[in-house]
Design a protein around this ligand. Structure first.
Ligand code: SAH
Length: 342
């Protein structure tokens, strides 16, 4: 059985026509799915005959909210969702002036092994289907009762290690018959799987690419991000340049700043010179405390000086505003804590 929300509009239309029904039925079914129905019964203007035919091979997925934490400081909401097979993923809803943003997961766990990250501690369990990525937006949206207008793929998992499903998800969520979120309102964050960045650039969809750089040289990067042993910084930046050439989009570089590891002014100057010539912005993320490792964030003064040094070298950098600090809103930790209790 396949979840109907795994289908693109085109696939659904082909399916419905192949079942001997009129094309416009696809518009109706797709629209119900994206409004968040939990069963065929809720599709009130669709004939029983069509629903019976669809239900032979397809089901309408649901996602259960196992836990919901709500920040008293800034309304940020963090969800722990249970998938149909009992696995859990996290999503975070954040309220910005420019609209409501959701951070979604793309896999259950992660195989990338970044040393500072909570999501990778138990390894990869499995990848999410396109519909399971979409369901996070649909069911969080229903829970808050407001339209979610922006998506960041920065939750649990490495999106480019689940390339096909993620691309299909992007197609579905962007479709005008459904939720219809514009590509320009979507960011995808990757630890740097170079061949997939190149493949993504060929698709020429104007999403924002975020690169988790976190270091200014190969030695430093490899010591905290194993992926760098396969795709080093120079191959990664070449891929970023290709991406930029095709899409014309500014690239966003993430830099988790860690006390005593990558936080000196000389790291900052090196970082700036590395990125010279790329239209980009650097997001500095003071590293979040994860119990399993000893990484700590530098003090505010150090961070300010780091940013000043970058800017002196002609590149813009800002500290990522931390939302939901009272609910531990960085990803991976809620799922992990829940696993430990089971
Ligand atoms: N796998 C993707 C997306 C997931 S994480 C990627 O690597 O980009 C989203 C961002 O949070 C990444 O930049 C990741 O490196 C960063 N991150 C993970 N753990 C962190 C921590 N403890 N403190 C600060 N940033 C962290």
């Amino acid at each position: 059985m396949t979840s109907l929300r795994d289908l693109t509009f085109q696939e659904l239309e082909n399916l419905i026509v192949s079942l001997g029904e009129k094309k416009f039925r696809a518009t109706q079914v797709f629209s119900w799915l994206h409004k968040g129905v939990r069963s065929f019964d809720e599709m009130t203007n669709v004939s029983k005959a069509l629903k019976d035919k669809l239900s032979e091979n397809y089901y309408v997925s649901t996602m259960e909210i196992v836990k919901k934490l709500e920040s008293r400081i800034d309304k940020t909401k963090k969800y722990l969702f249970k998938l149909h097979d009992g696995n859990m993923v996290e999503s975070v809803v954040m309220y910005y002036k420019h609209g409501i943003t959701i951070c979604v997961s793309s896999q259950v766990g992660c195989a990338m092994g970044c040393k500072f990250c909570a999501s990778t501690i138990g390894g990869l369990v499995r990848s999410l289907t396109p519909g399971e990525i979409l369901d996070q937006i649909i069911f969080a949206g229903l829970d808050i009762g407001e339209r979610i207008s922006n998506i960041v793929m920065m939750g649990i998992g490495e999106p480019l290690a689940n390339f096909e499903n993620v691309c299909k998800f992007l197609n579905i969520v962007n479709d005008e018959h459904g939720i219809n979120i514009g590509y320009r309102h979507i960011s995808l964050s990757t630890c740097g799987i170079v061949p997939k960045i190149l493949e993504l650039s060929k698709l020429d969809i104007p999403i924002t690419l975020s690169i988790s750089l976190h270091a200014c040289d190969d030695e430093g990067r490899s010591s905290i991000m194993p992926v760098n042993n396969t795709y080093n910084i120079s191959s990664l930046l070449d891929a970023c340049k290709s991406y930029q050439k095709v899409t014309g989009r500014r690239i966003s570089f993430e830099y988790a700043i860690i006390k005593g590891v990558n936080d000196t002014d000389s790291h900052a100057a090196k970082l700036a010179s590395l990125l010279k010539g790329i239209l980009c912005h650097i997001n500095i993320i003071p590293v979040n405390k994860v119990e399993e490792n000893s990484f700590e964030k530098p003090n505010d003064e150090r961070i300010k000086s780091f940013i000043k040094t970058i800017e002196k070298n002609g590149i813009t950098a800002t500290v990522r505003r931390k939302l939901g600090s009272d609910i531990n809103a960085s990803c991976g930790q809620l799922r992990k804590n829940n696993l430990e209790r089971m």
